[in-house]
Each structure stands twice: as C-alpha cells, then as structure tokens.
Design a protein around this ligand. Sequence first.
Ligand code: 5GP
Ligand code: MG
Ligand code: MG
Length: 192
Amino acid sequence: MHNDTERVLLTEQEIAARVRQLGEEISRDYAGKEPLVVGILKGAVIFMADLVRCLSIPVRMDFMAVSSYGASSQSSGVVRILKDLEHNIGGMDVLLVEDIVDTGLTLNYLRENLLTRGPASLKICTLLDKPGRRRVNVPVDYNGFIIPDEFVVGYGLDYNGRYRHLRDIMILKREVYTAKEDNENCPADDGS
Ligand code: 5GP
Ligand code: MG
Ligand code: MG
C-alpha cells in the first residue's frame, strides 16, 4: 500500500467486477445503438478505458477537460471548459463518464451545457458517488459504488496530480492534504 494512504477502500478486483456489471447493464440499455462515450479528463480515463472494453456494443469516444473556477476547495459550481468535444453531439446518444460525483456541481454544469447541444439522449455514469456532500441533485444513471465522505485517490483519481496510477482506490491520509493546505489550496487539482 502507498505510504500516503490510510487504507484501501476498493480493491482492483472489486472495481473490475463492478465495471463488468456496469458494462453489461449499459450494453443492454444501448442495444442497437452506438453511443458517444464522453470521458471527463483526467480522472475518468482509467475507468473509461476499462468500461468501454466491457461493452458488447460499438461506441465512439470523446473527451472534455474542465476545471472549477477559483482555487478554493469549495466548488463554485461554475466550470471552465479547458478542452471541448471534437464531436458535434446533435442527434447522438451521449454517455457522460465521470470518476466521482461529490457536490454534483461539475456534472450538473456539464449536463446542462451538453443538453443545449441537442443530443438524442444524455446519460451519466460515475464510478463513485459521495452522496454526503451533494449540493445539486444531478441524475446519475449508472453508478459503481457509493462511498463515505473521505478523500480518495487511485484508479484515475488524484491529489495534486499524483496517485492516479494506483490500481486500488484508497483513502488518502488526512495529513497529506492538511499539511499542504496553507500554500496549496485544495485536495482537488485543476483538471478533475
Ligand atoms: P463535484 O463538482 O461533484 O463536487 O466534484 C467532482 C470532482 O471533484 C471530481 O471530478 C473530482 O475531480 C473531485 N473530487 C471530489 N471528491 C473527490 C475525492 O474523494 N477524491 C478525488 N481525488 N477527487 C475528488
Ligand atoms: Mg482531481
Ligand atoms: Mg472528475
């Protein structure tokens, strides 16, 4: 286990099993369709890479990169688009894939933004859900795990850009981010 982590919350094997189930469910729901799977960089890339390979339907892939306005750990709800989609999603079935829904502000903003572009349908898939901190009720169609209000890293999720490569999802030691909070603002870095 990594030195900066408190304990493993979800093992590689638990994650893989759940991702397979999500893949089956999504494949059933989209039978006969070819959705555009949209990953939110960078946190969702590892989850999305595994998820699309558990699908039995054809898909296309695209990505967006976003960052919250301001450096504070309290998300303002206003999201800046750092990289937009390459596809025009008008008329497409879009499946938005995100690592975690916490306050819901990021996904809520993205959802409303994408809906203005006229997709045939828009659904949301998140690996993790921290319902304890929700501020906006964003409809999540597919969720891997509900987790407690702890700051987690690994399997794509970072703290200041680190730990994304870890295979398990782990709870970060509180001292790792409280020690830095004087000069660096938040557990979440830019670029989700
Ligand atoms: P929301 O807008 O739902 O509050 O924030 C979602 C974003 O906050 C996620 O995409 C992620 O970047 C970050 N985030 C929220 N909780 C965690 C967490 O426990 N660990 C990590 N690494 N990022 C988190
Ligand atoms: Mg982050
Ligand atoms: Mg994210």
